[in-house]
Structures are given as structure tokens and as C-alpha cells.
Design a protein around this ligand. Sequence first.
Ligand SMILES: [Zn+2]
Length: 50
Amino acid sequence: MSQSVPARPEVRVPTIPLGQTAPWAVSIPAGDAVHEWVHDGRHLLGFPCH
Ligand SMILES: [Zn+2]
């Protein structure tokens, strides 16, 4: 009985700097991003806000 286990390629999670994957996440402070998101939600729901 063979106990050979298929060789698994080494799984690596590449560490990519945030600025490369999501430049918007860096250019916009998180607080503003959340604000914009909530703001858009208000408009989607038909709330007049400005
Ligand atoms: Zn608005």
C-alpha cells in the first residue's frame, strides 16, 4: 500500500501593498469613504439631503 501523498505546490499569499490594489483606499480617508457611501445610500433611498 502506497502512502504517497501528491506533492502540493507551496501556497503563498502575496503581500501586495494596499496602494497597488486599491489606490482609492489610500487617496480617500476611510471616514470620507464611509460618508460618501452613506450619502449615496441616502440618495438611492430618495432622501433629499442637499
Ligand atoms: Zn446628497
